[in-house]
Design a protein around this ligand. Structure first.
Ligand code: MTE
Ligand code: MO
Length: 436
C-alpha cells in the first residue's frame, strides 16, 4: 500500500514526474501526493462559514435569455478587428479558459471575409442546379421538413496555428496560437438526401458551393465528400445557428478545411470539375519549401495541444497538477494521446475521455507531479487510421518555416500546421512557448 502522503513512493511512468493515467481512475489525487499540497494546506482549519452578502438577500430576476456571470467576462474571444475595422474578421476561441469538449455558441471561433450578413430566414433560398435531373429551390421551411441527423464535429480554419510556421516560437497564449478551431454538436439535413432528390448526372464529380454574404465565398467540393457525410446544418448545440456560424443554413464537411464549410449557403451547382475560384486557387493553397503549392488541402490532419497548463498561466508551487488538452483528427477518431514532460525524451499515455467521436474534439488528461525544476510539456495524438501527429522536425522538413519570426500571430504565412505545441516551464513556474 502506498502511504497517503508519500508521493515519492508512486511510480513515474515517464520522465520528469508524469504519473500513470490509471491514478485518475482510482480517484488518486490523494495518492498522487495532492494530499499534502491541495488538501492539507487549504483545508486545515475548517471554521464555521460566515454568512456572505449574497446569501442574505433575494437574488435578481431571471430573464428570458440566460446570461453568464460577470465574473467570467474575460472568457471571451479575441478579435483581429477590435475597433470594428471592416476587414476579414477572425474571432478566436479561448481554449485555455474552457474545458470539456463542446465550444459554447458565443465562443465558437469565426472567420468572415466580409462581415455578418443579416439574412431573413423567410426569404433565404437554397438553389441546387447544374448537372441534375431536377433543379430545386429550397425555402428554409421546406428544408426543415427533411429528416435530420445530429453529430459532434470540429471546424478548423486552414490558417489556425499559422504562427507556428515561424522559425522562432511566438510568445502568445493558446487562444492566439490555436483559437481558430472549435467543436460543436450540429443538427441538420444530410446533403445526400437532398442530392438524391435532384438526381445527379453520373458524369458529375464536383459541386460548387456559394454563400449569400458579400464575400460570395465559393468553393469546389468533391461529390464523394458531399454524398459521404456532408450536412446542411440548421442547429448548433441545440439552437438555431449563430448569425456568425451561417444562419439560417451552412454546409458542414466534417473534418475538412474550415473555409469549405460554406456559411449562408444559397447555391450548390453540380459540375464535372473544380472551378478554381479565388478562394481555392490563391487564398487556400498552402506553399511548400520547394516553391510548389498544394492544389487542394482538404483534411485537417491529426493534432493535439495542451490547454492546461499553458502559456500565460503559472504553477505556484511544486506538487500535483492535472495536464489536460484537446486532440482531434479530420480523418477519424482519436485512438491515443501521449504526453511528455521532458521535451520529448520520454512519453506516457494520457487518459482519453470517452466516448471518442469521429472528427470531434477528444479531451485527454494525465496526472503530473511537478518537482519545481524546468520542464517541457507537449502532447502527441494518434488517430484510428494510424496517423501520428508529426514531430516538429518531421513537419518542418516537409512543410518548411518562414525565415523571420512571425511577430503578428494573426498573420497567415502558411496553413495546416498540425505538429506539436510545447510549453516550457521554468523554475519559477512561468510558462513560455518553446520549440522542443
Ligand atoms: N459564406 C461564408 N462562408 C464561410 C466564410 C465566409 O467568410 N463566408 N469563411 C470560411 C472560413 S475561412 C472558415 S475557417 C469557416 C469558419 O467557420 P465558423 O465561422 O463557423 O467558425 O467558415 C468558412 N465559410
Ligand atoms: Mo478559414
Amino acid at each position: 500500500m502506498t502511504k497517503k502522503n508519500d508521493i515519492t513512493a508512486l511510480d513515474e511512468v515517464a520522465g520528469n514526474g508524469l504519473l500513470s493515467r490509471r491514478l485518475l481512475l482510482r480517484g488518486g489525487v490523494a495518492m498522487a501526493g495532492a494530499a499534502s499540497t491541495l488538501v492539507a494546506t487549504h483545508g486545515a482549519s475548517a471554521e464555521p462559514l460566515k454568512e456572505p452578502e449574497w446569501s442574505r438577500y433575494q437574488g435578481t430576476t431571471v430573464e428570458a435569455m440566460g446570461r453568464r456571470t460577470k465574473h467570467e467576462k474575460d472568457t471571451a474571444r479575441i478579435l483581429t478587428n477590435p475597433k470594428g475595422e471592416p476587414r476579414t474578421q477572425h474571432a478566436r476561441t479561448p481554449h485555455h479558459l474552457l474545458n470539456g469538449q463542446i465550444t459554447p455558441n458565443h465562443l465558437h471561433f469565426t472567420i468572415l471575409h466580409n462581415g455578418i450578413p443579416d439574412i431573413d430566414p423567410e426569404q433565404h433560398k437554397l438553389v441546387i442546379h447544374g448537372m441534375v435531373k431536377q433543379p430545386i429551390v429550397l425555402s428554409m421551411d421546406r428544408l426543415m421538413r427533411y429528416p435530420m441527423v445530429t453529430r459532434q464535429t470540429f471546424i478548423e480554419c486552414g490558417g489556425n496555428s499559422a504562427a507556428l510556421f515561424s522559425n522562432e516560437p511566438v510568445q502568445a497564449n493558446l487562444q492566439s496560437l490555436h483559437g481558430l478551431v472549435s467543436n460543436a454538436e450540429w443538427t441538420g439535413v444530410p446533403l445526400s438526401a437532398v442530392l438524391d432528390e435532384v438526381g445527379i448526372d453520373p458524369k458529375a464529380k464536383w459541386m460548387l458551393v456559394e454563400g449569400a454574404d458579400t464575400a460570395a465565398i465559393t468553393r469546389s467540393v468533391p461529390l464523394k465528400k458531399a454524398l459521404d457525410d456532408a450536412i446542411l446544418v440548421l442547429f448548433q448545440n441545440g439552437e438555431r445557428l449563430m448569425a456568425e456560424q451561417g444562419y439560417p443554413v451552412r454546409l458542414l464537411l466534417p473534418g475538412w478545411e474550415g473555409n469549405m464549410n460554406i456559411k449562408y449557403v444559397r447555391r450548390i451547382k453540380i459540375v464535372d470539375q473544380p472551378a478554381l475560384t479565388y478562394y481555392e486557387a490563391r487564398n487556400y493553397s498552402p506553399l511548400l519549401p520547394d516553391a510548389k503549392a498544394y492544389r487542394f488541402f482538404f483534411v485537417n490532419e491529426v493534432k493535439s495541444f495542451i490547454t492546461h497548463p499553458s502559456f500565460g498561466m503559472k504553477l505556484n508551487e511544486p506538487g500535483y497538477y492535472e495536464i489536460s488538452g484537446i486532440a482531434y483528427s479530420g480523418a477519424g477518431r482519436i485512438e491515443r494521446v501521449q504526453v511528455t514532460a521532458d521535451g520529448g525524451r520520454t512519453w506516457a499515455d494520457a487518459a482519453v475521455q470517452g466516448p471518442t467521436m469521429h472528427k470531434a474534439f477528444t479531451r485527454f488528461t494525465i496526472p503530473w507531479r511537478w518537482n519545481g525544476q524546468p520542464a517541457v510539456l507537449s502532447s502527441r495524438a494518434v488517430d484510428d487510421g494510424g496517423n501520428i501527429q508529426p514531430t516538429r522536425d518531421e513537419f518542418v522538413r516537409e512543410r518548411g518555416v518562414t525565415q523571420k519570426p512571425v511577430t503578428n500571430p494573426f498573420g497567415f504565412p502558411n496553413q495546416h500546421y498540425n505538429s506539436l505545441t510545447s510549453w516550457g516551464i521554468n523554475a519559477k513556474g512561468e510558462i513560455s512557448h518553446v520549440y522542443a
